[in-house]
Design a protein around this ligand. Structure first.
Ligand code: CO
Length: 164
C-alpha cells in the first residue's frame, strides 16, 4: 500500500521531533515496506516516517541511485556517530515540498549507526550523495526541512530533480 505524503513547511507532523522506535515487530516491518513502496511510487530517493504521518525514528534510503549497486535500506533509530569536517554543496528537493529546490551544505561523509528490520545494529560509512540523503532524512526526524538550510529557494531543479 502506498501512503499519503505530508506536505508544507508549516505542517505540524513534519515539524515535530520524532520518537525512537522501541520495538521492531511485524507491524513496523510492514510499515517500512509501505514506506519503500511510497518512495518508489513518488520517484524519491529517501523517505522519513513523519513524511507519511508517523512521528517515529525510521527512514528508508535509496543508496547509489541509478548505479549497478543501487540498494534500498530501511534504517531504524539512525544516528550519525561522526561526520567529516569536509563539506559539500548540492541541490536538494523534498517529496514534502514539491516544486522547491535549493543548494544545501552537508558533511561530505558520515559514520552512521542504525537498526535493521531484524533489530540488529549496523554501522555504515557513507559519502557524497548517499551521505546527503541520510542527513536530509535524519533532519526530517528532528522536524527540520531542507528549506531551513537554503539561502535562495528555486522553483525548478538545475540538476535532474531527485526528491529526497
Ligand atoms: Co525530504
Amino acid at each position: 500500500m502506498t501512503l499519503q505524503v505530508q506536505t508544507g513547511t508549516q505542517n505540524e507532523i513534519l515539524r515535530t521531533k520524532s520518537k525512537p522506535v522501541r520495538q521492531v515487530n511485524g507491524e513496523l516491518r510492514h510499515f517500512a515496506l509501505d514506506m519503500i513502496k511510497t518512495m518508489e511510487a513518488e520517484k524519491g530517493v529517501g523517505l522519513a516516517a513523519p513524511q507519511v504521518g508517523r512521528n517515529i525514528r525510521m527512514i528508508v534510503c535509496k543508496l547509489n541511485p541509478g548505479e549497478h549497486n543501487e540498494v534500498v535500506v530501511p534504517m531504524i533509530n539512525p544516528e550519525i556517530l561522526s561526520e567529516s569536517k569536509a563539506k559539500q554543496m548540492g541541490e536538494e528537493g523534498c517529496l514534502s515540498l514539491p516544486g522547491d529546490w535549493g543548494q544545501v551544505e552537508r558533511s561530505k561523509s558520515i559514520l552512521l549507526r542504525f537498526m535493521n528490520l531484524k533489530g540488529k545494529q549496523q554501522t555504515l560509512e557513507l559519502s557524497d550523495f548517499n551521505a546527503v540523503v541520510v542527513q536530509h532524512e535524519i533532519d526530517h526526524l528532528n522536524g527540520v526541512l531542507f528549506t531551513d538550510h537554503v539561502k535562495e529557494l528555486k522553483h525548478a531543479s538545475a540538476s535532474g530533480g531527485r526528491h529526497i
